[in-house]
Structures are given as structure tokens and as C-alpha cells.
Design a protein. Sequence first.
Length: 747
Amino acid sequence: MRALFFLAALGAVAPTLAAQQKPDSLVSLERIFNSDDFDEDGAGAFRWLADGTGYTVFAPAADNQPGRDLVRVDAKTGEKTVLYHAAQFKPEGAEHPLGLRGYTLSADLNRMLIFTNTQRVWRANTRGDYWVLDRLSGKLRQLGGNAKPSTLMFAKFSPDGGRVAYVRENNLYVEDLASGAITQLTHDGSRTIINGTFDWVYEEEFGDRDGFRWSPDGQRIAYWQLDASGVRDFALINNTDSLYSYITPIQYPKAGTTNSAVKIGMVAASGGDTRWLTVEGDPRNIYLPRMEWAANSDQVVVQRLNRLQNTLDLLMGDVNTGKVTTILTEKDSAWVDVVDDFEWMDDGKRFTWVSDADGWNHVYVIDRDGSHRKLVTNGAFDVASVTQIDTKGGWVYYSASPDNPTQRYLYRSKLNGKGKPERLSPMDQAGTHFYSLAPGARYGMHWYSKFGVPTTIDLVSLPKHETVRSIADNAKVKATIAALAKGPANFVRVDAGDGVALDGYIMRPPGFDSTKKYPVLFYVYGEPAGQTATDSWGGSDYLWFLMLTQQGYVVASFDNRGTPTLRGRAWRKSIYRKIGVYASQDQAGVAKAIGKWSWVDPSRIGVWGWSGGGSMTLNLMFRDPDVYSTGMSVAPVPDVRYYDTIYQERYMGLPQDNAEDYKQSSPITFAGQLQGNLLVVHGTGDDNVHYQGTEALINKLVAANKQFSMMAYPNRSHGIYEGEGTTKHLYELLTRYLEKHLEAGGR
């Protein structure tokens, strides 16, 4: 039965390959999405302990009991000590134990905060029920009093572990664990007054969800408040879940429209009035994306962006007076990124900062008042991300790859700025390395993969990078992948014209014959939010691409200017106010260059992408119709005016100021130039990239009398995964479209 499916799924050219290969060497959609053939083992929900000597993780319960215990694992010896027994997770009188979606331990490890019965808010399940389990007494108690089910958010212990604060229906509460008394800290929460969490656009574009912070002494809570009353609703229409259609309104600020007003205040954990920071600027035309306590309980430090996001101020706020002073200011002719790798040093006398002001993304150490700035990561290279700042040891650990922007390695530099960067990842392991380091950086959980090779997880000791023990070698899935029929695959740098060269990968079919000409399918993204050409395990995407090569396609992907690859500030920010313009030029330039290779058929060049890649696909099909014969655009933004304020204005400015740039950056402007085969796919319930944009594109294509294919998935969101069988159905749709319109195989 399985072999018959392979023949059907692989299309017209597959029988030749299938006749030459064993069934286990072929990839199918059934194997990718409906089997466990390619399942990987992970590290589990582990948490490093504060002393850096071990971590917690769930393990099968002792003595063959049902469920899983939470155990402490000694990093050096691997010895396991049960902290919480599986039987303790079952409430009294309940038939089943709690389904743990997340957990937090108090500092003394004697209390466990359990997150369960969760519900999705936008992209993540951040609303649910919270329970507290006492390790010594075994008592398990639900928080929230008479709260409705699944209404608590972001619960966290006070520094002394005796109280828990949480958000409930846009208000802040503190619950005393000894008495059960609940104190409501804010009372004005509503659909439009949002306390302790964020609106849609802050969550999507700044990654903000948890919107409050305990003070170090546990006496106060600092929190964000957003007033979304001026933000217009966008209506998502549901036509299928009831007899009559209904509307779900989403407050969504489109480019150039009104934002939520934002402010930050401090309130006593025992209740009382809020002291608001007196931050300058129109609260609807500034952003306050980051806030933390300033290494004491009397001040908070806040990052403020202007509406254009080309000026970032670091502010110090006094919690007693609300007065705010500016410590430092970063400016850029394009945009300034929010700093996530901010950490206090030397009891608050200095802090770490990340900036690309010198042309490269680097780590700095700055005095508390901003008066002195020291470069820590010296050299003509980018820091991809900071892994840990070990203030006691005097090191900053970070991800970088000075010689190859498709890869990532662990480096460290001295916090005093002296000496050269030191690579800790093994020199003989080319690819992508990711780490979670224990406090003090003596140990690290190490994930390693490379293109087409699944992930290996090891516990390592640093700085020598010696393997302490294997956590998951994934030998079984690696053997399964190794047995698959593959053609040559390699990374290349290709001249796209005008002095621009792009990094990318090329996957060729099994049995590749350089004397024949093959079709090429380009996978694109191209936006500042992501990179596609990475030397890392690609999961289901890689497997689908491999399946296509087995059909006879060449698959390729390249990162154009503007993508967040490690090629310096000028590379990343050259596309300011030219989103879609320079990126399209780069991608088309590479396609034209590859189209001249002796084994490429220039009449069979296709392109596909999702989200920003869906927009890029439209741009390429419309702007360069003589290059691409077939395109598949999933969840695109055809008109950039329709996307949100924070993202679009960051890279494009305000549409009121430069309407022509918005027009030239939008693929819909050039829809009338379509010549090839185009498939557009969108979820009608997409709260991120609205189905509205695809409908506007349809009107434009119809008006220009351009034929195309269309698939709408009812009520699916941006990921188009909701509903039984949806993901497999989508990839089968894409596969069949290629089989029909982009003939496979070498000629």
C-alpha cells in the first residue's frame, strides 16, 4: 500500500526513480506528515538551576508508576534526584493528572507553578489555569479564586516565593500562597485598556507578551498599560462554524493608522495607586518595547522608540517620582533594532548593549549613566545573538560566524574588551550550533546540525567543549535520512549583478546528469525577519524539497539584501524604503545567472514562498515575468499598506510621507505584468497577514484579465495548519501544481 502511494505522489517522472530505488529511499508526503519516520528526540522541558550545577527535566516515573517525575539532574555525574513525583500532579478527586503546558520553580525549589488547560492568544497558548504544588507538603492548589477557566496569564512567583502575580482579563492580581488572599492591583482593564500584557501588534512585532515585572525586593510591580481605544478593528469573518456567519474583531493598526497609547507604571504589590513614568512624546506615536528593573527596586530602565523607529532612547525612571532621564540615544538613517541582550554588571554600575553603529552588530559595555562605552566584541563580523553574559567570569558568550554567514558557532570575548574572540564550537563540526548555557557557563546544552542532517544534542563542559553525555543522538532518524535517495547538495555564492553576490544552497536530483537540463524551484523569503540559506537541519521543509528533487527538480534558496544574515549593517539596511524592490532585483539576478548554467533549463524556473516569501513570489512573477514561468504564493502581503504599523513603518517609513515608495514596494502594483502560472493560497482567518490583501490582488488580476489559480483555507490562520489534514493537503496542492505546470526531470 505504501509503495503504491509513492508512485501516486511522486508524479509522472517518479516511476523511473521508483523502479531504481528501494521504497525506504523515497520521500512522500505520507511519510513526512503522517508517519514517525522522521521524528527527532529532544532535550525535553529542561531548566538550568541557578547554581549552574544541574538542571530539571521530566523523566519516566520511578518504580514503574504512571506519569513522569520532575527530576534534578547533576550536570557532572548525571545523577537524578526526584523533586516532584508524578502522582503529585493529580488534584484530589480528579480522574487524571494535570496536563502540564509549562512550569516554574521557586528559588528554593520547594514550590512549583504549573501552567495547564491553556488557550491560544494570537500565536501562542498564553492563557490558561495555574496551580501551585508544594513539594514538602504535597498540597496542590489552583490559583485565581473564582476566576473563569483558562483566564490567567503569565503567573510568576515573587522573589521570596510566597506570592504569585498574574494577569486576568487585562487586570493585574497578586495572590498570597499562605492565606489564599487575592489583591487586585488594577481595576480599569477592558477590551481596550490592557494591563500587564499587550495588544496584537506589540506581541507580533516586538515579541512582547508578559507585560509586568516584580521588583527585586518584591514590594512593587512595574507594568505596561496599553490604551487601544483608538485602534480600528479588522473583522475576520467565519462562514463555516455555525449556521450563520459571525465576525471576530481584531484590533489591528495598519501602516499609517492610529496605534495604541502606551505607558509604564509602578504599583505596590499590596495594592494602591499607580505611579506612571513621565515619558516624553505622544503615547500613540512612540513605542516602549522593553522595560526592566534597574538592578535595584527604586528605578526601572526603559527603551523608547519614536514612531519611525530610527531613534532609540534608553531611559531611567524613578519609581517614587515618575521622573525619567535619558541615559543614551542610538540613531540610524534607516532603523534601530530593540536591544534584547541587556544585562546589568558590577551591582548595576554598568550594563551590556548591542549596536551596529560601527557597521557590525557588536556587544558593548556602558556605564550606568551612559558616559563611557567600551567595545567588547572586536572585529569585522556580526554577533548573531548573545548566549550568556558571565559577569563573574568576565566573559560574553555569543553566536557568530565571521567566515560563513550560513553557519553559526559559539564564541566568547572578554568583557574588558581585551584579546581576540575565541571560538568554542569544534572546528571539525561545520554547520549550525545552538547553546543553552548554565549560569556561570561551566556547562551547556548543545544542539548541532547541518544541512540535511538532523540535530544532535549533547551536554558539554566549557570552555574545552568536552562532551559530558549524549542527550539525544537521533541515530535512528539519521539512519533513515541517510538511506534516502539524494543528489548533490552544496552552498554557493552567486553574482546577482551590480556587485551583489548572494549566499544560497542548491539541491540536485538523485542521478543528476550534468549533460541534461533541469527545472529549478527557488524557495524565497527575502524579508528582514528571516534567513533561508542556513547550513542546518531543515526538518519537514528539507524533506519536501528532497522529495521534489527525487521527482527531478533542482531546489535552491538564496538570501538577498535586507535579510538578517551576518553580512553587516549596510547589507541589512540597504533596503530601507525599498522593501520588495532591491530584494526582487537580487533574487531575479541570481535566477538569471543560474539560468545560464549548462544543466539548467531557463524556461522551467519556478518560485514559491510563504508570508514575506509569498509576497516575494508575487514580486518576482510580476516584475520579472520573463524569468519565472511558475509561482506559488502562500499567505502573501500583496499591498504593503495593508500590513501593521510597527513592522511596515520600521522598514518603509510612514505611507503619508512616502506614498510612492509604498506603491513601488507592493507587488500588486505590477500584477498586470503576470505571464506565467500563478497559484495563490491563503487562510481566511489569518489575523496576521489578512485575506483582504489576497482579495485585493484577485480584483487587480481580474481587471487585467490575468488567469491564475486560487486556494482559500476557511478560518485557518497564518500558518494554515488548523483542522485535520490541513498541512498535508496544502503540500499536496503545491506538489500537484508543480507537477502540472513545471515539468520535472532532466531533458
